[in-house]
Design a protein. Sequence first.
Length: 497
Amino acid sequence: MAQSSTSGATAATERRPAFEVRSIDYVPLNERHGKLWHLGPLWFMSNAQIATLAVGVLGVTTGGNLIWSLIAIVLGVLTGTFFMAAHSAQGPQLGLPQMIQSRPQFGYVGAILVWLFAYLQYAGFNVFNTLLAADSAHATVHGGTSLWIVVATVVAAVAAIAGYDFIHKMERWLAYGFVVFFGILTVAFFTFGFPAGSFDLGHFDLAPFLLQYSVVAGYQISWAIYVSDYSRYLPPDVTVSRTFWWTYGGSALGAIWIMSLGAALAAWAGKAFDAIPSLESAGNQVFDGFGAVILVFSALGLISVTALNMYGGSLTLISASDSFKRIRPTLGARIVTISLTAAISLVGALASTKSFQTNFENFLLMVLYLFIPWTAVNLVDYFIVRHGHYAIEEIFNPNGMYGRWGWRGIAAYLIGFAAMIPFFSTGLYTGPVAEAAKGADFSLFIGLPVSALLYWLFCRNLDIEAEVAVATKEREELEYEAVHHMRPEPGHGPHPG
């Protein structure tokens, strides 16, 4: 990989500031720190919260039985987490946040296309997360959902401003609590009674099975747009494979656990299912008051993942702004963009309606549709086309070798997305193929290979050797500029002929 050959990525010995000062700029080797295993609890806890639980109920609530919903959950998690973890492996090698890495594929300006979609995802998830956190708090502590929406938003914003290290520590401590509280609840579920036929493998319905599979896979893929934000401070000698497996293991375990609980909860509650009351009722089966403990802890988990979304949304806004006018990515810039992101999610949550589950299902499917082509393009570029070799300074150069508009990435993305449309199956739109298949959604199996293959074909004439030469020549200067918080001037740096 581009940076992996550069050894000596030792942790910085100086005391790190309480608030992270970097944002979208390259992290120099002397600031790389942290332990690889920290990725495990971070991504475990990011999935171990009620919004993820709500993803696991869809197979049951749309007519499938419990056993086939559980199978769809496991398969969907194993599929979607593969792509998510592959993106995580890019962080230590490049020292860059995730979305800025789209410039080599989509261009300096063209990458704004996917950044817009990414920002909509951050905002959408934050609306759902703060709503669930507020409902959980109101059901136990009371005080009104509007008050708790504000509290959850403010606390999450403060955590996001504190930044990378604080978020890692927060998620580690919450992960320990989750294992205890939800471990007890999980054991209790084995004593619950479930409807007849819940575990009948002969009762298979393709439409709810594929819906559950697609939504789960899409939910896991949705982490891909910011997963390397939380691995970019690690030294590059942690290797790609170890970074992948720590991310994959933590995320998959958290997702399968909490989604399976969601499916079991929906089957147990039946037609009376409602996420917050049903979860509290299940907790109270252990002992009176334990349901309230579960809900309070769940609210904390939702606030923590809201902080991740605000952090990622901030980096996306800074990246987009930098595409129009070069800005210095300082703590002040992060505070402004995090505050704006928090305000948008706050307004959205306060103005939302009660039809949570339907809206959440449609939102998750749209996330899946929008980011399947992007993840295909980005991963093919990194692992197959350029093999991890990037000239970092050129990524920040509006007139650099990656160009302002990356027609290869844009074309592969748009064609892949268009190819998926006949296979869409949502409450808002059902494509002709999905309709003929009684609502079964096959779009994942179309968008990934179409976008990946097209991008690979479009890149056959790229002069990768020239790009590698530029990256090698710039590396020492890159380290000097990053250490001294400098940004290269437009047009600065060598270019391939």
